[in-house]
Write a protein that binds this ligand. Sequence first.
Ligand code: HEC
Length: 150
Amino acid sequence: MKKLIMCAGLLLLPMLSNAQEQRSDDYVEYRQAAFNVMGWHFKKMGAMIQGRIPYDAVEFKRRAVAVSMLSALPSEGFLPETQKTELPTRLKPEMWYQKERFDKYMQDLIQATAELASQAGMEDKDDLRPAFGKAARQCKTCHDRFRESN
Ligand code: HEC
């Protein structure tokens, strides 16, 4: 009986490691999806600020609130196990040695986007430029340091 259980255990092993790989791939897909959704809204806000599409205070506010909430989501996807993923990822591996700095950049983003969301709704888009610029700088600071530039 013991033998049988051991055999069953051995049979299960590859399935387990498979499940774990699957799990860490899920995390990679999750964080990329979260960034993509956030980027979707942020890009449209940028286009309004730059005058490439008409400025609409209500729409801008709606997107700014979305970005502010979304900015807290990607962190969960940076699970140490994801270092083994074979999915395409632009995360620079050195992030794992500078995780504190990375987390700090994430916090800075959360703060800057909350500020932007609270200011959004103004009639004149030029009044939003500083807060938008500050949020955009948080994206760039982290991307320059921790995202592969391909
Ligand atoms: C703390 C770091 C950090 C901050 C802040 C950050 N990003 Fe990223 N972003 C990344 C990393 C790392 C990736 C790559 C993730 C991967 O491929 O696994 C990424 C990926 C993305 C992607 C997915 C597509 C691609 O180019 O890889 C978009 C879109 C994106 N970020 C937009 C933004 C925007 C917009 C902001 C600011 C509002 C922002 N990010 C702020 C680190 C950050």
